[in-house]
Design a protein around this ligand. Structure first.
Ligand SMILES: Cc1cc2nc3c(=O)[nH]c(=O)nc-3n(C[C@H](O)[C@H](O)[C@H](O)COP(=O)(O)OP(=O)(O)OC[C@H]3O[C@@H](n4cnc5c(N)ncnc54)[C@H](O)[C@@H]3O)c2cc1C
Ligand code: FES
Length: 556
């Protein structure tokens, strides 16, 4: 059985993985002892090694470098092994019953003897019939027998040829799939190169080609380059940085907005912006400056200053592993771009899309999301309304009542073995990341972006007691303002600290993306709380995402 299983598994591997060279079909040590699990080391090229550990109950694979068919192979091998295991069990069950008692063995022997006797009798009667048909001629009988044998042989050969054809076509399909993946990878590399070539430094002028009201207080803006030249592709999840000349301001206002459409869209860039209203507990303060400007003032035909797409939060399109895209409110923008990118690439990559909003009035890009899910079975859409409105219908407008939570993932996802991408308000992201950690999801597969300083809060490890004592002794000098102050460890970053001391430092995104809070360091050093998206020159720091490491003198 062991040999048969090893051969069977090898055949499966050849069929599924299109591997030419299979070595060490099973671990000799195990095989000598007649034991399982079988360990197979399969080599496709010297640098690609797939190790399969096969046991009746489990199949695990490990690869050296990129065998893309890995997951598919694992599933397929798993299924085939299950079949083989069942066959194995049936055979064992049969053999054990065979040895149950001598009586049953004798019975079986008698049974088989009768069967052979019956076949011989049938053959004899067939020969007699043939002889009678042939009028007693022996040579005619031999001729007929030969013809029958020829027919059986031809049928057998035809069957073998058909089987070979089937396996060949299967292998061809796998080769085509491999080729498709290679093509996709090449295309991505080309797009990457194109992006580097076409990208621009500083600001470029864009015309607002279309402005669409998406839902309450949310507008989508379709932007075309004013110079009419090509647009670089971007990575799904990246954002644009706007430099806005607002009336009554002496300096441009800098804000970042995620690109919400497909990265391969050559005609335009799209951003979707929600108007930030004054907080309910401070109704007298003005609404958000930039978002109000976009939603209330900007109109079709206006020209805006835009910096090139950037950001480290993006979906790696070279991968094919399943993902969970989780969005709260306007945090949908990078996730929608990711889902659009998966579909546009033609990939069948599995994407579970969770969006949490209050009700239909806040349901951003509703029609687009529903179309994506309806036309692509790999996009699984789950909309959660926390406060459904009177006309909102469960099953039509939304799937779940309540908030997006790790408990919902536990209920719906087949396992926690996914890569997770999150974007939304700070509290939303904290509850989800905490829930995922409690569910045993490793930090490395959870990626997130907050539209402000919340990003930093999660990434920064809380300082230890020794660090806090050390930090409390640090002096920060703002040389231009002629101020030296003891650092307060409770402050999140240098920008927040400077503001509390009445020192003015420009800022934009407050998340390390736009570069507007850059300040020169005269002496000392800083610690970054997260890797900033904006590039910094040596001797400078982005104050919104760093803290002092030791005594520090800043040119501010
Ligand atoms: C990488 C990134 C991507 C982003 N993507 C998107 C996106 O796709 N879509 C989107 O809509 N947003 C996005 N944002 C957020 C966006 O950049 C802005 O932060 C957001 O639009 C608010 O900016 P604002 O100028 O309108 O508000 P601000 O003027 O900065 O005001 C913010 C809030 O403070 C309140 N406020 C104003 N003055 C006071 C005061 N004196 N006291 C107390 N409170 C006050 C305002 O009422 C408002 O609620 C993104 C941010 C980042 C960092
Ligand atoms: S404010 Fe944008 S990088 Fe600091």
């Amino acid at each position: 059985m062991q040999w048969r299983m090893a051969n069977g598994a090898a055949r499966i591997c050849r069929r599924i993985l299109d591997l030419q060279y299979i070595s060490d079909l099973f671990c000799p040590r195990h095989s000598e002892r007649g034991e399982r699990p079988l360990r197979m080391e399969i080599t496709q090229r010297p640098d690609e090694k797939l190790i399969l550990v096969l046991s009746p109950a489990t199949v695990t694979t490990g690869t050296g470098t990129g065998i893309r068919a890995k997951k598919f192979a694992r599933d397929e091998i798993g299924r085939n092994l299950l079949r083989m295991r069942n066959a194995d069990r049936q055979q064992r069950a049969y053999s054990s019953s065979e040895h149950k008692s001598e009586k049953s063995v004798t019975k079986q022997f008698t049974h088989r003897f009768k069967f052979v006797n019956g076949v011989v009798a049938q053959m004899q009667s067939l020969i007699e019939t043939l002889r009678a048909t042939a009028g007693g001629s022996l040579s005619l009988v031999c001729g007929l027998a030969l013809a029958v044998m020829l027919f059986v042989w031809a049928a057998f050969e035809a069957f073998r040829a058909a089987r070979r054809l089937y396996f060949d076509s299967h292998q061809q399909r796998m080769s085509l799939e491999k080729l498709r993946l290679q093509l996709q990878e090449t295309k991505l590399r080309r797009l990457d190169a194109e992006q580097t070539q076409l990208t621009w430094n500083g600001c470029r002028k864009f015309t607002v080609a279309k402005k669409v009201s998406e839902c309450d207080d949310v507008c989508a803006f379709y932007l075309k380059p004013h110079d009419g030249r090509s647009l670089p592709a971007f990575k799904p999840g990246q954002y644009l940085t706007f430099q806005l000349d607002l009336p009554g301001r002496d300096k441009p206002l800098i804000r970042c907005y995620s690109l919400s459409d497909c990265p391969h869209q050559k005609e335009y860039y799209r951003v979707t912006i929600k108007k930030e209203k004054a907080p309910p507990d401070k109704p007298d303060v003005p609404h958000g400056a930039s978002s109000s400007y976009f939603c209330d003032v900007v109109k079709e035909g206006d020209i805006l200053n835009v910096k090139a797409p950037s950001g480290h939060f993006f979906l790696d399109m070279a991968k094919t592993n399943p993902v969970v895209l989780i969005a709260g409110g306007v945090g949908i923008t990078p996730m929608l771009s990711m889902a659009n990118a998966i579909v546009a690439s033609g990939s069948k990559r599995e994407a579970w899309f969770f969006l949490g909003v209050r009700n239909r009035r806040e349901h951003i890009h509703k029609a687009e999301l529903e179309k994506l899910a309806a036309e692509n079975e790999n996009i699984r859409l789950h909309i959660c309304y926390s406060k459904p409105g009177d006309g909102d219908v469960k099953g039509r407008d939304y799937q779940h009542e309540g908030r997006v939570s790790a408990d919902l993932f536990k209920e719906l996802l087949p396992s926690n073995n996914f890569e997770y991408y999150l974007c939304g308000p700070g509290a939303f992201m904290k509850s989800i990341t905490d829930g995922l950690t409690a569910w045993g999801v490793p930090d490395e597969v959870v990626h997130f972006e907050a539209f402000g300083p919340a990003t930093v809060k999660k990434t920064a490890a809380a300082p230890t007691r020794e660090e806090t004592t050390h930090l409390a002794k640090i002096n920060v000098t703002f040389s231009r303002s002629n101020k030296t102050v003891r650092w307060e460890p409770s402050k999140e970053n240098l920008l927040e600290f400077a503001r509390a001391q009445g020192v003015k430092i420009d800022s934009g995104c407050c998340a390390g993306g736009c570069g507007s809070c850059v300040v020169a360091i005269k002496s000392g050093n800083v610690d970054y709380l997260k890797k900033p998206d904006a590039e910094t020159e040596p001797g400078t720091c982005l104050t919104c995402v760093c803290r002092p490491k030791a005594d520090l003198v800043l040119d501010a």
